[in-house]
Design a protein around this ligand. Structure first.
Ligand SMILES: [Mg+2]
Length: 263
């Protein structure tokens, strides 16, 4: 295992002193969740919701104005259409539910939800998304050492997010929400998507590593039999990720890269 640098040692201490960080280059492959692991996608979602609802509320004369508190209270963690319905309800607005196939100009719950997705894609295209530097450093290290990598995401926007982040070319195997739907793979926390990722890479999960920031994702990788499950704590909490089955929990993937302390 590589000599640990200053930063890694500091992390060590916060992890409880004698925790030894595994060397990810010794695994047959490393499979990464996308949103929250490689890219701070939640920020783009927040931005898209804000843009969309500010326009809608202005057009409909809705008060009080939309704030980021609305995001955390009514939208965060909910399915898109449920989020729209619950935020509108908070302003005493009711519109027909509509159909998922509704075009984004329809004033239905589904149409408004689809409008948000359109805004999300437009923001990705115009502003791009900066991947986490520590994650890019780890990808560089793994690819330098010839360790195969893949993405295992629930998102139907995974391809677009990877392109906007400039990471698409790094992955031959991307398991995303579109593939999962086509292949009838059950969502995380079921093992299906992480099992499919290993199968498509041609590796054994038992000698591979998975990296996740969500409890459902950690549970999925554990259920798929991964030899190592790394939890990245972006706010879920170290204890919760460990309880869900993460073998090790880190605040950022840069801790796995020996020379990041130099910068
Ligand atoms: Mg995630």
């Amino acid at each position: 295992m590589a000599t640990l640098d200053e930063r890694t040692r500091t992390i060590h201490e916060t992890l409880g002193g004698d925790v030894t960080l595994p060397d990810l280059t010794t695994y047959d492959a490393v499979l990464f969740d996308l949103d929250g692991v490689l890219t701070p996608t939640a920020e783009v979602h927040m931005h898209a919701w804000r843009t969309m609802f500010e326009q809608l509320f202005a057009a409909w004369d809705v008060t009080p104005a939309y704030t980021d508190t609305d995001y955390f209270e009514y939208l965060d963690g909910k399915k898109r259409y449920d989020g729209v319905a619950s935020l509108l309800r908070s302003r005493d607005i009711e519109v027909p539910w509509g159909e998922p196939s509704d075009t984004p100009d329809r004033d239905t719950v589904c149409g408004i939800g689809n409008r948000k997705n359109e805004v999300f894609a437009a923001i990705l295209r115009s502003e791009g998304i900066e991947p986490y530097p520590g994650s890019v450093a780890l990808l560089d290290l793994l690819q330098d050492q010839g360790v195969p990598v893949a993405v295992v995401s629930s998102s139907k926007n995974a391809d677009e997010v990877l392109r906007a982040a400039g990471l698409r070319d790094r992955f031959e195997v991307v398991v995303d929400g579109v593939l999962a739907e086509n292949e009838n793979l059950a969502s995380k926390p079921a093992p299906d998507v992480f099992a499919a990722g290993a199968r498509l890479l041609g590796v054994d999960p038992a000698t591979s590593a998975a990296v996740e920031d969500a409890l459902s994702g950690v549970r999925s990788a554990v259920a798929a039999g991964y030899g190592l499950v790394v939890g990245v704590d972006r706010g879920v909490g170290e204890g919760s990720l460990a309880e869900a089955g993460a073998s090790v929990v880190v605040p950022d993937l840069g801790v796995f890269v020996p020379d990041t302390s130099a910068s």
